[in-house]
Design a protein around this ligand. Sequence first.
Ligand code: PAN
Ligand code: ZN
Length: 194
Amino acid sequence: MLEQFKELAAAYCPESATLSRGSTVERRLSQLRDVFGDPAAVDLLLERDDPVLYRVMAIEPADGPGDLHLGLGILYPGKVGGEYFLTKGHLHTTREAAEVYIGLAGDGVMLLEDEAGGNVRMEPLGSGKLVYVPGHTAHRTINTGSEPLTYFGVYPANAGHDYGAIAERNFTHVVIEIDGQPTLRKRKDVFPNG
Ligand code: PAN
Ligand code: ZN
């Protein structure tokens, strides 16, 4: 972990919010078509372009017990079908694994929803903001601003990502702009067919 952290610290460029080495995962709009409440609006946009919505850069840990994983996320600004650009969202495969998000730049929120869907909340994530994601909590990042939203995510290296549960039922709530403010609403009230 110490070696990994040293590598990460050396590779991190705060000006561009990138790592000069390590792995990168890139997600495009077409890969999130069914995550948005209005897939028809996504299809319309896709006729012109398939933009990258976000990237996650990481230097992989040794994966031993007690190690931490550090990922650097960059989520671009934009909207489709009334929703802000967002990440797929997931639960950790090891359900009890928690995570800390450290906001570096931009403006956004995190949508947190416990596994049963009963406790839903939206927490600000942006420059200088910290968000604690407890275990058993699905989490999604949303860019509500006009600049890229960048953040570190720190979590146990053995947490794993379970996208399946979210792909099946999605989050029960969405964040949309009302009177210029990011606002939490029940999905079925905003997208009765979504
Ligand atoms: C983050 C996420 C990152 C991308 O590093 O992986 O924000 O979101 P998705 O993984 O949902 O596409 C994290 O929470 N890791 O556990
Ligand atoms: Zn996570």
